[in-house]
Design a binder for this molecule. Structure first.
Ligand SMILES: NC(=O)c1ccc[n+]([C@@H]2O[C@H](COP(=O)([O-])OP(=O)(O)OC[C@H]3O[C@@H](n4cnc5c(N)ncnc54)[C@H](OP(=O)(O)O)[C@@H]3O)[C@@H](O)[C@H]2O)c1
Length: 212
């Protein structure tokens, strides 16, 4: 099994890479700074940006599955997903890769919060999604639009706040909305869930919310 990874140098991407290697998968990672990438000696590295169509295509060649944990490194408007996801989708079609499992966010859709208590829905929407996370939310909405209209075998995994804590191994998943009072989850649990999707058809063509 050959996995093409985007965002492999990030906090969740490193966990995905580690798990792919532990599973014996061959990994190709597109990274901007290979010298700083801890897995550089153990995966095939394509040096470049996810905004470079040729680098994206090279990363994809011969892959069975694409994993993405791409995102902006700041809360400013960087348009990372707006720019990269269309290139990833095009390259997948060009080289004939059908399956993508992408890290999204619970803020991607308007009805993400419909299972929350009213006070929490108000607070998260008005004080978080509409304010300091507005560019991240816009990026994730864009990723949703691209993937859901792609015709690929896509899965978008949509967590709330990500923590660098040990995974619990148990969490709630929901195909409709963020589970009630689900406010956080560890990156380890998210990475384990994303890796499990490689061999599962359960969430193909769907978004899936995941929270403790
Ligand atoms: N933080 C949260 O609480 C939270 C909650 C829900 C969802 N999310 C979503 O989860 C995703 C990942 O978050 P994270 O905190 O694990 O990631 P992160 O540590 O911020 O890492 C982002 C990754 O994207 C890469 N990247 C950005 N622009 C790139 C470009 N132009 N070309 C190539 N690579 C590029 C970065 O590469 P470099 O190493 O080169 O910078 C890095 O590998 C994001 O989309 C975020 O919106 C986050």
């Amino acid at each position: 099994m050959k996995i093409a990874t985007f965002g492999a140098s990030g906090a969740t991407g490193r966990l995905l890479t580690e798990r792919c290697l532990a599973a014996g998968y061959e990994v190709v990672a597109l990274v901007r700074r290979p010298a700083e990438f801890v897995y550089a000696g153990r995966v095939r590295v394509v040096e470049g940006s996810a905004f470079d169509a040729e680098a994206v295509r090279l990363t994809m060649e011969g892959a069975d599955v694409v994993l993405s944990a791409l995102g902006a490194r700041s809360l400013r408007k960087e348009d990372v997903l707006e720019r990269a996801v269309p290139l990833i989708v095009s390259a997948m079609k060009e080289v004939g890769v059908q399956r993508i499992i992408a890290l999204g966010s619970a803020g991607a859709l308007d009805d993400s919060l419909k299972k929350q208590p009213a006070w929490r829905r108000w607070f998260v929407q008005k004080m978080v999604y509409n304010t300091f996370l507005k560019w991240a939310v816009a990026s994730q909405a864009s990723q949703w639009k691209m993937l859901s209209g792609s015709g690929l075998d896509w899965t978008m995994v949509m967590p709330p706040l990500l923590l660098n804590k040990p995974g619990r191994g148990t969490f709630r998943v929901d195909g409709e909305a963020l589970p009630r009072n689900g406010a956080r989850i560890s990156r380890e649990d998210v990475a384990d869930f994303m890796i499990a999707q490689i061999g599962s058809a359960e969430w193909v063509g769907k978004g899936v919310y995941i929270a403790w």
